[in-house]
Design a protein. Structure first.
Length: 136
């Protein structure tokens, strides 16, 4: 069996990526080479590192989100509801500053307090958007 870099190069050639965009393919090869350059990987650690790398490349957090105010951006102006978006995982939205939040419609609770429906701010039209309800 060849190296991980050889494997990546072969797969990118077979799927047509090298022909379509050689610079892009080279950037992927460089990332694989950087990953493979760590000599301390065992089969298990490489698998864990790969999952961590995939999460980081997808702008996801590696540890649990908190209700630290520095971790949440107030995006209420855009939503017309009290709404915060997490800076560590942009998929996470909260109606209570991070005490509870949703990622892809799934509720994650940070406290024992029940989540309540947020009312629109008076200066925003009532447009029927409820950030506490999964729209998807």
């Amino acid at each position: 069996m060849g190296s991980l870099v050889e494997h990546a190069r072969r797969e990118l050639e077979l799927c047509g990526q090298y022909a379509e965009d050689p610079a892009y393919a080279q950037s992927i090869i460089a990332a694989v080479a950087a990953f493979a350059s760590y000599d301390g990987h065992s089969g298990g650690s490489a698998s864990i590192a790969g999952r961590q790398l995939a999460k980081l490349l997808d702008y996801q957090a590696l540890s649990p989100l908190t209700d630290d105010p520095d971790e949440w951006d107030d995006v209420s102006e855009k939503s017309c509801f009290p709404t915060w978006q997490n800076v560590r995982d942009s998929r996470a939205f909260s109606g209570d500053g991070g005490k509870t939040y949703r990622i892809n419609g799934e509720i994650e609770t940070r406290t024992s307090e029940p989540s309540t429906r947020n009312e629109p701010r008076p200066e925003c039209p009532a447009i029927g958007i409820d950030p506490e309800r999964d729209e998807g």
